[in-house]
Design a protein around this ligand. Structure first.
Ligand code: 1HN
Length: 363
């Protein structure tokens, strides 16, 4: 490319200045950045150690009630996207705390949400008239535009109806907030009551849709979202362990399964895919990269994630209840000496729907 002489450069700069009041700008000055040869995410890899985060959750618990906060959450902000409430360009993540005796009041919004229970038992979330009790490792869905509230009855350990203990409950919230904001398609409404009226006993949706069977008549109750709104850890863990007896170890993923909407076989939510994987003890995975940036919640065990960030390689030594984010198209490999279980979520269904999902398995 020849460099333009000073006359030509001046003429161009004058052209840009003159057209600017009409909100016109020359494409040729930005073309390369608009269509980069490969994804160049502004996101950076990041790790939140639970050991460091937990004291702040506890302080938040003393500083504000769930009711006053509406949702008492510490947002996991990507260090390169501070102030945007975003963990990747398209996804939001946060850690929510509810204490025994508290209620997080009913509301609904077009943003879809997932909960992944990090610590504690005995709290519930209610969706569209049905409650589900939370246990560590459970994956729970709040479909778009459904009424939802959370609560913690604070039952005593001696409660004859169960063995739930009276302890704080913390879960990971994953929402498609930045994506819905991008489309300017967000609506929200507060409920008229704190806790919604219950119209079905707990376990109804699981009984109807959670056993490879479905009601003979009737439409999907939540449209494109899974009619099963709680995927208990006991089931996912068992599935992974059974898988390992027969399936070969995947050199990149270890043993990995995706959660499905049983009515479609697709992802549980139209905007977010969820996964659970087991890296067996001694696993040293190969590197891969994919266009969907992903958030990980460490369920059990310890391991290492090596990520090729824009500023060079980073190494995250993680343990149970830690969270980390792998940005789009950054190469990552996972290792575990002790063995570990990882939950993750990403915006993959949107990439697939648009026909732009790309994955590269390296070496
Ligand atoms: C929300 O409704 C929840 O229902 C959690 O628990 C986090 C972040 C932004 C907007 C709405 C919840 C949220 C949220």
């Amino acid at each position: 490319m020849t460099t333009p002489g000073p006359d030509l450069q001046a003429r161009r700069q004058q052209l840009y200045r003159d057209m600017s009041p009409l909100n016109l700008t020359p494409l040729w000055e930005v073309l390369h950045a608009l269509v980069p040869p490969q994804p160049a995410s502004p996101c950076v890899p990041a790790l939140w150690r639970y050991e460091q985060v937990k004291p702040f959750l506890q302080r938040a618990g003393a500083a504000i009630t769930a009711e006053e906060a509406v949702r008492r959450v510490l947002i996991l902000e990507n260090p390169a996207l501070r102030g945007q409430s975003a963990v990747t360009q398209s996804l939001y993540a946060g850690l929510q705390l509810i204490l025994p005796g508290e209620v997080a009041p009913s509301h609904r919004h077009t943003q879809s949400a997932l909960r992944f229970i990090v610590e504690g038992s005995g709290a519930y979330t209610a969706v569209d008239g049905e409650r589900t009790t939370m246990h560590p490792g459970d994956f729970i869905i709040t479909p778009s535009w459904t009424w939802h509230d959370h609560g913690h009855p604070g039952r005593a350990p001696s409660d004859p109806h169960g063995n739930e203990v009276d302890e704080p409950v913390v879960w990971l919230d994953g929402l498609d907030i930045p994506m819905i904001r991008f489309f300017d398609a967000g609506f929200a409404e507060n409920g008229s009551v704190k806790s919604q009226a219950l119209t079905r006993p707990e376990g109804t949706s699981f009984a109807r849709y959670g056993h490879n069977m479905a009601p003979v008549r009737g439409d999907a109750p939540f449209g494109a979202t899974s009619p099963v709104f709680s995927y208990p850890y006991a089931r996912s863990r068992e599935a992974l362990h059974q898988l390992e007896r027969s399936a070969p170890l995947d050199p990149w993923d270890g043993f990995k399964l995706r959660y499905v909407n049983p009515a479609t076989g697709g992802s549980p939510m139209p905007t977010m895919a969820t996964f659970m994987q087991h890296l067996p003890a001694g696993f040293a995975g190969k590197a891969w990269r994919q266009t969907d940036g992903a958030v990980y919640s460490v369920v059990e065990g310890r391991g290492i994630a090596y990520i090729e960030g824009p500023a060079g390689p980073v190494r995250f030594d993680f343990e149970a209840r830690d969270h980390f984010v792998v940005p789009s198209w950054q190469a990552v490999r996972l290792q575990s000496d002790t063995g570990c279980v990882l939950f993750s979520f990403s915006d993959r269904p949107v990439h697939l729907a648009l026909g732009i999902h790309k994955e590269e398995r390296i070496s």
